[in-house]
Design a protein around this ligand. Sequence first.
Ligand code: HEC
Length: 439
Amino acid sequence: MRIIFGFLAAGLAAASAVTLSSVPKREDVAKAVPGVTASAAKAVATLVDKPTYAEHIAPIFNRSCVSCHRPGEVAPFSLLGYENAKKWANMAHSVTESKRMPPWKAVDGFGEFKDANRLSPVEIQLIKNWAATGAPRGDKRREPAAPVFYGGDWTLGKPDRIISASKPFKLGAEGADVYRNFVVRTDSKEPMYVNGIDVKPGNAKIVHHVIVFLDPNKSSDRLQAKTVDGQDGYESGEGGVGFLPGGSLGGWAPGVRPRYLAPRTAFKVAPGSNIVIQVHYHRSGKQEEDLTRVGLYLAKEAPKKEMDMAWVFNFRVNIPANEPNYRLEQTYPIPVPITVYATMPHMHLLGKEMKAWFELPDGSQKPLVYVDDWDFNWQLIYSIAEPMKIPAGSKLRVTARYDNTSDNPRNPNNPPKRVTWGEQTTDEMFLLIAYYTRD
Ligand code: HEC
């Protein structure tokens, strides 16, 4: 599973950031996003029959692909530079035409997002024409400069605190995926206000994604104490942490940039809380080690607003076998005025679409997000371009559809069988998280 826990608008973190040539100032990072968004405005607009790498393709790849497709990053090959790009021209055409790449699942026109990584129809056609005409380079001198990636360790600069397991975790060559939860005790007497995080996976070959959970009741101490393999942390079922978390600081998955939260907002870590770093490991076929680190950026001044998450669940998931279009919905009342920054839909393998919007007291509607082609492998946090003010008395409406037939290639059961709510990937979920502050 590749969760893109970016918490973009309001800012989570991700190691594979498109980065800057120098350490950005906090204010600048809050304002401008390096990489994708900065250049996203510059869509390549003119369709030509014989596009060249230099003039047409490089700008597209540099903007939308190389954040993941470069050495040391999550994608299996690099698309940096003409030689690499040319090798992949035909495949690039096929995956962009089918919209598999770049991975971005929110339907255009329903909500507006930061970092939206989408190709325009013209750009898709340009890649197609380029591949069909033998992927010519064109005039080398017109090639844009290669994007510069921040060479330092931490994209947002040196974190105020770096947390991790006490020693590298050893993962065997073979077996099922592992969800390991590393417990970090803060032992702080004061609340800690976190204004941004950046996660550095220690070993890109095995780290699938990372989620950072808050554990104000220190339930994780008990779970850790039961561990018998002599290593740090404890294991839990797929995706769960074994206790009800008091929140999350976000996490990491391929391709997302670290961000600070909006100015003067922060996640509150209650005094004495544990922080649990959950790492989803996928084995490489060899014995591996990983020490994933999380950098915390603390608010320098007391935040005006605490970032909160609304978890919109519907536990009544009960999907009959062979049902192609099982529908569920949930309504979540908003009793106080809030500002909404980001959202994350979540389902498992049978999910096919999820849609969320606000119904305001005056009867009008505000779109939040619509994913019509749910892919368990690309779970993104969608950051709203302009934080949205929602008045008291509004409702958050969420609908979802599921496909429990054998036409769904991800269906874990063959033949299909009834599937209900649960934490295993082969169970189902209905969950939408909205990140908000109270006004
Ligand atoms: C967020 C990270 C990310 C971005 C952005 C991204 N890719 Fe990928 N890409 C991947 C990963 C990971 C894989 C391998 C796993 C997979 O196929 O899903 C991949 C696989 C591919 C493949 C191989 C498909 C196959 O069947 O083997 C091609 C071709 C490709 N990407 C092209 C592109 C192009 C072109 C762009 C930009 C328009 C792009 N990607 C943007 C992460 C990304």
